[in-house]
Design a protein around this ligand. Structure first.
Ligand code: ASP
Ligand code: MG
Length: 462
């Protein structure tokens, strides 16, 4: 019976909070056992572990501080182990991982490097996957541990490695697919290996992306992202208690949401899923029966308003040049400079003599300002007068046919009549309308807009 199921497995990924302790892991194991097609399980590190590893990787902790961090990591594992009847061999392999981790953090304290950091960060997922395999086995499942570095080939860009999809597809079919005939395979998210075998990572939160890459390589029926919220919400529930889970959303809409700040999925996750047209489900391990959100190519509904995303810490750069009145090449000069400095632009509006834009600051905690280097600003000043405005927030209204919907202006500006909307982008995409407001009014703006756009019916249709 297993053989025909293995042709189209489901890949299930569990996030850190779902693996925080034994009872959380046990809930995840039940989800896998209750869904026999879930043959590939991708795990994050238990919650808190990657943050501790990041601290260790800075090389800034002294000996006693390192000891504290490592014993915190050990304690998280130990609490799980206490609930399991493990063989000596498994206990030995966990002690071995912890000993290696301790040696490596001492080495990093002497000489930090991006390469050693990735190696260090990999221990979180290696520990959690070792233990989760045992939780499944403890419940009678036939589960095997699999080192994802055998198949998840990346380049050598430590800290944010790019997957090499062709190699991954081939390695998965040679090394992983054969295991599925008789086993549930438990493996690590977030980590990979470059062609020389050095451990790499895909960037924080990258386990979702790993699951999607493996799903793509396996031709999976579905990629299930299990987390601690029951799906993708109409907006951040911390902003308004009116926010609710969206039943279904298209790849395009969800990609816009991820780009514009919704934190549920790692922004690259949908790329492999879209390439192979594999639906992605997002649900909560705390309440698996509650359902969640399905992200797929075609949705049954195409409401004009599906969700509102908010991204804070935006920096608006305006370049103005009187010389450019009717002169060609102004925009080209600005964009050439940005490209030269490796910056990608998010929002743009232009007039005859000026251009206003926000810089994509994904991954920069302090937002756009930090990545505007003095060199870039000096070169931009050769093109024209440069103004920088900070502490702005980007609000993105996401949905369908937004570019050709009547009445959107009235609803939007009606709700925001007393707010200074600093910039608006509308018309390039049928899936979003974005604008900038002062950061300190952003939550209120989202709240009011949500009230205005989503209080009418469950899918936000007017
Ligand atoms: N453990 C990694 C992190 O915390 C990857 C992940 O959880 O997706 O960033
Ligand atoms: Mg995550």
């Amino acid at each position: 019976m297993m053989n025909n199921l293995t042709n189209v497995p489901i890949v299930a990924k569990f996030g850190g909070t779902s693996l925080a302790d034994y009872s959380a892991m046990s809930r995840c194991a039940d989800i896998i056992i209750n869904c026999p097609k879930s043959k590939v399980v991708v795990v994050s590190a238990s919650s808190g572990v990657t943050n501790l590893l990041v601290e260790l990787s800075t090389g800034k902790l002294n000996g006693p501080q390192r000891t504290v961090a490592i014993s915190d990591i050990r304690a998280i594992q130990q609490k799980i182990i206490d609930n399991l009847a493990l063989s000596d061999q498994v206990i030995e392999s966990i002690s071995h991982l912890l000993a290696q981790l301790s040696d490596l953090s001492a080495a990093i304290a002497l000489k930090p490097s991006a390469k050693l950091t990735d190696k260090l960060l990999s221990f979180g997922e290696r520990l959690s996957s070792t233990l989760f395999t045992q939780v499944l086995i403890g419940k009678g499942a036939s589960a095997v541990y699999f080192d994802v570095r055998d198949v998840l080939r990346t380049d050598s860009h430590f800290g944010k490695a790019q997957p090499q999809v062709g190699a991954i597809n081939q390695l998965v079919s040679e090394r992983l697919t054969p295991l599925l005939a008789d086993n549930i395979v438990v493996t690590q998210g977030f980590i990979g290996a470059d062609p020389s075998g050095a451990t790499t990572t895909l960037g924080r939160g990258g386990s979702d992306y790993s699951a999607a890459l493996l799903g793509e390589a396996l031709g999976a029926e579905q990629i299930n992202i299990w987390t601690d919220v029951s799906g993708i919400f109409t907006t951040d529930p911390r902003i308004t208690d009116q926010a609710r889970a969206i039943e279904e959303i298209s790849f395009n809409e969800a990609a816009e949401m991820a780009t514009f700040g919704a934190k549920v999925l790692h922004p690259s996750t949908l790329v492999p899923a879209m390439r192979k047209n594999i639906p992605v489900f997002v649900g909560s391990t705390l309440n698996p029966q509650a359902g969640g959100t399905i992200v797929r190519n075609q949705t049954n509904t195409q409401p004009v308003y599906r969700a509102i995303a908010l991204r804070r810490h935006q920096t608006l750069v305006t370049v103005t040049s009187m010389d450019m009145l009717h002169a060609p090449g102004f925009l080209a000069r600005v964009f050439t400079l940005l490209a030269k400095h490796n910056l990608s632009v998010d929002l743009v509006t232009t007039s005859e003599i000026s251009i206003a834009l926000t810089i994509d600051s994904t991954g920069s905690e302090s937002g756009g300002r930090a990545i505007l280097t003095p060199e870039l600003l000096a070169e931009l000043r050769d093109v024209g007068q440069v103004t920088i405005e900070e502490e702005l927030a980007l609000v993105a209204l996401i949905g369908n046919k937004i570019d050709s919907s009547y009445g959107i202006g009235t609803r939007l500006f009606g709700a925001l009549s007393d707010v200074n909307v600093r910039l608006i982008c509308h018309g390039a995409s049928q899936h979003n309308l974005c604008f900038l407001v002062d950061d300190n009014v952003a939550s209120d703006v989202v709240n009011r807009l949500h009230q205005q756009m989503f209080s009418l019916n469950s899918e936000g249709q007017a």
